[in-house]
Structures are given as C-alpha cells and as structure tokens.
Design a protein. Structure first.
Length: 308
C-alpha cells in the first residue's frame, strides 16, 4: 500500500515550472505568428486597396481619352522627363529639357474657328521645331485662352519623341473632345478636362485628379464651351460636385507621353496611400484613327524654316 501511495504524489514543482515554461514559449510563438500574419494581411490588404484604386482610376481615364477626336495637354512645371524602369521595378526619372508650349495634334490647325467654317488647312509639321506651320512656313497658330492664359505657343505631340526616346511631361490638365449622343439620342460634342490640383495630402505628397465635363450640341456652342472655359472652371470649381467629379486623391506622380504614329498615349502613374505605392503603366490606344496625327498622305513634313 505504501508503494502505491508514493506513485500518486503528482507533479513536482520543477516539473510544473518546466511545463509552464514550455507552454509560455509555445504561446509566445503562436502570438508572434498570429501578429506577423495579421501585419502581413493588413499590408497585403492595403496594397490591394491602392492597386484597385489605381486600376479604377486608370480605367476611367483611358475609357474617356481613347474616345477622343482631339486632345490638348499642358505641362504643370514646364519640364520634359525621361523614365527608365530599374531592375527593382521602380522608376528612374531624369530631367530632359524644358517645355514652354502646349501639346496639340498635328491636325490642330483644322480645329481653329476659321478652319471649321472656311474649309480644311494643309497639315504641315516642321520636324526641327515640331511647330505646326502654314503653307508659307510660318508657325501656326498661337493659342489665346482669354483670361486663363494668353499667347501660348503650341507644338505637335511629336515633340515628345526626340532622338527615338520618349519624353514625358507632368500635365497640369488634359483636355479632350469627342462625339457623343445625349439622353434623347441627339449628337453632341463632349468636352472633358482632367485637372491636377496642388498637393492635397502632405503625408504622401499626393495630388487630387478631378474631371470637368460639358456636352454641347452645335459647333457654335462647342467654340464657346471649349477648353478655354472648362479649364478655368475646373480650377475654380474643383470642390463643386455640380461642376466636377473627383477621380482620385492618391496621385503621387503622373507622367504622360505620346506616340503619334502609333496613335496612342503612354502613361506612367504612381498612386500612394498611407505609405503604400502602386505604379501603373498604361498605353491608351485611341479608337478613332489618326487622333494625334493624320493619314501619311495628308501630312507634309518639312525641316528648317522657310517655305516647305
């Protein structure tokens, strides 16, 4: 009986301490694993959120611009850039030169009020200066934007492809117009301005992208409600939901270039939210043929000044 009593004495203090220690180590490992998994999940969720917002934004911009018949873009800082993708996937951005003009299609001369009412002008490009010129070799035309900006030079989108290398700009705004129909099925001309504000989020150094849209039914109205009015309206009314819509508030950088011969825009956009980034690289192919240029047989290319 004495021997049986000795066998049922239970765990000793040392055995209990060892068991508690092992259990503590296991619990710490479990907690650390759960904590690491939770952090990784939150990070993945945030990355997916930024990526989703980026894809939604780029889809909206692309869907609008690819329908354009006419496009016009102005730089926000008067600088040209080149962009190279590093092995790590990040952008290497370098300054290339200056841009003190607005970018317009080769066929810009035929979007003037005179041309719309008095026939079609020849499309002539000076390949040295990228000026759009008339049949006497004079640069044509100068852009007058009423009170918004007076006397701005215009050049072909070809200026963004010099020496076989694409140059990019950071746009202050992107103006487009395209054919559309209203609710009654009647034809209208849709004018759209994508406008970039100053930095809105100082933490991520991001800007807001807003859009302003106007539908007009006649060429006369189109001449009255074109970008010269939409751009300042977008600038003044950027927080008025009746005038504009907010497309994104997470634009860390927005670079755009053009491939006139390929009838496409090249975009390189970085979105950032709460320290998480996503870089979207898109080629926006126009649905209408020859938006940035015209059919080769209708385009005259000249070099230097003087008569073409």
């Amino acid at each position: 009986m004495g021997k049986m009593k000795k066998k049922n004495q239970g765990f000793s203090l040392i055995e209990l301490l060892i068991a508690v220690t092992i259990l503590s180590i296991v619990m710490i490992m479990v907690v650390q694993f759960m904590s690491t998994s939770s952090v990784a999940y939150r990070k993945q969720k945030k990355n997916m959120s930024v990526q989703t917002k980026a894809m939604t934004t780029m889809e909206q911009v692309a869907d609008t611009l690819m329908q354009a018949n006419y496009l016009r873009i102005m730089s926000i800082d008067d600088k040209l850039y080149t962009i190279e993708k590093s092995a790590s996937g990040s952008n290497t951005v370098s300054e290339y030169g200056e841009i003190n003009y607005q970018l317009v299609p080769d066929n810009y001369a035929n979007y003037s009020q005179t041309s719309r009412y008095n026939g079609t002008r020849d499309v002539i490009i000076n390949l040295d200066t990228f000026d759009i010129v008339d049949d006497e070799g004079n640069s044509y035309p100068m852009s007058y934007d009423n009170d918004y900006q007076e006397g701005v030079a215009v050049k072909s989108f070809r200026a963004l492809n010099q020496g076989g290398t694409y140059q990019y700009i950071m746009p202050a705004w992107i103006y487009a117009e395209y054919a559309n129909v209203n609710a009654s099925g009647d034809p209208v001309t849709t004018h759209v301005v994508y406008y970039f504000t100053d930095v809105k989020d100082s933490k991520d150094n991001t800007r807001r992208l807003i859009v302003c849209r106007e539908d007009v039914e006649t060429w006369t109205d189109a001449l009255m409600y074109n970008y010269q009015f939409l751009v300042p309206r977008a600038a003044i009314g950027q927080d008025n939901p009746e005038v504009v819509g907010i497309v994104s508030e997470d634009i860390a950088s927005f670079y755009i270039s053009a491939d006139p011969e390929g009838n496409a825009l090249l975009t390189n956009v970085t979105f950032k939210d709460d320290g998480y980034e996503y870089n979207a690289i898109e080629t926006i192919k126009f649905r209408n043929s020859n938006v940035l240029t015209v059919r080769p047989q209708k385009l005259k290319k000249v070099k230097g000044t003087g008569n073409p």
